[in-house]
Design a protein around this ligand. Structure first.
Ligand code: UDX
Ligand code: UDX
Ligand code: ADP
Length: 482
């Protein structure tokens, strides 16, 4: 079976880039990405391709190449469903904030709405592809809704989890480690559907990288991959705290263990804590599923990864307060970076949100600079926590357009995202316009500590002993003070 029309429901961080690349690599397939969010679709259709709603290196070029040729963005969901032989579901599945499974289970409300809409509209057989990260056995729920509410047409459900990481999405899509497709291999229709999706990817991915499994393995592999990756970050972060107490250097440890080919060098960067829309959500989901089968040891094992991450974020913020002589009340603290990692404007679960909230509770005055995140997003993130009313958030926290404005007259600077541009700043200039002692908390270990110490900074990094300003500097600053 050759696919001619693809529809993707959900024009977000996953659906947008993935469909752009599928369209780029399959010019003979018409790909329509639909979303109920009108502004988002309008932004995807913006004449100036730099205004698309997601910042991702290389994405605008791919969109420019395919948009209007065989890639379309639209709010006409029913029409796109009707025309497509293959429908990707790529809507958001946040953690539930109410009722059973609150704070743990994935909220499948949006998935269910999609399924009901597809069932209502479809007049011919369709292949449904789960693209969102979903709890194991969601495919079964989808099938049940489709089969029981549809117009008597046949639906094949495939699970095709996305492994792209934000900030490198286009590269990851162009050169994936693997493509995973879960389908029903016991039926002929299931095999045909699986092959149809294999063919879509085979336009640019070599066949040995395309794995086919049963649906449940595919769904659980996605949760497992994210749980393992997050666990590596929590493991190295746990070691970072031990390093700070023993004089070992966490960067040296990462290097030393990463050279063991069984461990490997990636995902061993100690940090202020992992963020992003996937890690926490997927682990909570895994914990919830394990608990629902009564597997308490399994649940506790994975939950510890989250506990460690929360601890890392909190202790980073606590350390700022302690170092600033146990009070930050009324002190200006500059936060460099708000995104959950560099090269993205996504802020979901970003450590910066929790660090800012902690410092605001301590009555700090915060000024934020991030090269890609907009002020309205920063306020929305804080308001969502509900720690204080929106007006207070706007009074206590300011967002500025220039890093130097953020740092001027600050008591301390905290680096929360590893944006490359932070390394290139004129740190001498920044030092000169700060209050002294000039404290710097590097939550990503990206700045040159020696250089900063020579300039006079008192630097705290993750998993390394604190570095005081250099001796000559101390003497000269004492001399000028005296
Ligand atoms: C280990 C370390 O590998 C080695 O670097 C260190 O110097 C000493 O400790 P060893 O205990 O000899 O070496 O064996 P290893 O191959 O690491 O296996 C340890 C245990 O883990 C074994 O019981 C093995 O069966 C088990 N294992 C290992 C698994 O159950 N699954 C695996 O995937 C790997
Ligand atoms: C992750 C998975 O990598 C991807 O395969 C999946 O499809 C979605 O979830 P993403 O959340 O976009 O991708 O980013 P990732 O690069 O995995 O980083 C997640 C968080 O961990 C970030 O906050 C990052 O800063 C942090 N991190 C990562 C570390 O603190 N240290 C590391 O060594 C690696
Ligand atoms: P992800 O990171 O998984 O891509 P996003 O939140 O970035 O998540 O994107 C999900 C998109 O799905 C949002 O733009 C949202 O408006 C859209 N969406 C959610 N439910 C529906 C629905 N029933 N029909 C169409 N679009 C939907």
């Amino acid at each position: 079976m050759k696919i001619k029309n693809i529809c993707c429901i959900g024009a977000g961080y996953v659906g947008g880039p993935t469909m752009a690349v599928i369209a780029q690599k399959n010019p003979e397939i018409k790909v329509t990405v639909v979303d109920i969010n009108k502004e988002r679709i309008a932004a995807w259709n913006d004449e100036n391709v730099e205004n698309i709603p997601i910042y991702e290196p290389g994405l605008s070029a791919v969109v420019a190449e395919a948009r209007g040729r065989n890639l379309f963005f639209s709010t006409e969901v029913d029409k796109a469903i009707d025309e497509a032989e293959m429908i990707f579901i790529s809507v958001n599945t946040p953690t539930k904030t109410y009722g059973i499974g609150k704070g743990m289970a994935a909220d499948l409300k949006w998935i269910e709405l999609c399924a009901r809409q597809i069932a209502r509209v479809a007049k011919e057989d369709k292949i449904i592809v789960e693209k969102s990260t979903l709890p194991v056995r969601t495919a079964e729920a989808l099938k049940s809704i489709l089969d029981n509410t549809g117009n008597g047409v046949n639906f094949q459900i495939l699970s095709n989890p996305e492994f792209l990481a934000e900030g490198t999405a286009i590269d990851d899509l162009h050169n994936p480690d693997r493509i995973l497709i879960g389908g029903d291999s016991s039926s002929k229709a299931g095999k045909i559907a699986t092959q149809a999706l294999v063919d879509v990817y085979a336009s640019w991915v070599s066949e040995e990288k395309i794995l086919t499994t049963n649906v449940w393995s595919s769904e659980l592999s996605k949760l497992t991959a994210n749980a393992f990756l997050a666990q590596r970050v929590s493991s190295i972060n746990a070691m970072s705290e031990l390093c700070e107490h023993t004089g070992a250097d966490v960067n040296e440890i990462s290097r030393a263990i990463g050279m063991d080919s069984r461990i490997g060098p990636k995902f061993l960067k100690a940090s202020v804590g992992f963020g992003g829309s996937c890690f926490q959500k997927d682990i909570l989901n895994l914990v919830y599923i394990a608990k629902s089968f009564g597997l308490n040891e399994v649940a506790d094992y994975w939950e510890q990864v989250i506990i460690m991450n929360d601890h890392q974020k909190r202790r980073f913020a606590e350390n700022i307060v302690k170092t600033l002589f146990n009070t930050v009340s009324g002190k200006k603290i500059a936060l460099l970076g708000w995104a959950f990692k560099k090269d993205t404007n996504d802020t979901r679960e970003s450590a910066a949100i929790y660090v800012a909230d902690y410092l605001l509770n301590e009555r700090a005055e915060i000024v934020v600079y991030d090269p890609k995140v907009k002020a309205e997003q920063i306020y929305a993130d804080l308001d969502y926590l509900g720690s204080r009313n929106p007006e207070e958030n706007r009074n206590l926290l300011k967002v500025v357009e220039k890093p130097y404005t953020a740092c001027k007259d600050a008591h301390a600077i905290a680096v929360l995202t590893e944006w490359d541009e932070f390394k290139a700043y004129d740190w001498e200039n920044i030092y000169n316009c700060m209050l002294k002692p000039a404290f710097l908390f590097d939550g990503r270990n990206i700045l040159d500590r020696k250089k900063l110490a020579n300039l006079g900074f008192a630097t705290n990094s993750i998993g390394l002993p604190a570095v005081q300003m250099s001796k000559e500097k101390k003497l000269t600053s004492l001399a000028t003070a005296g």
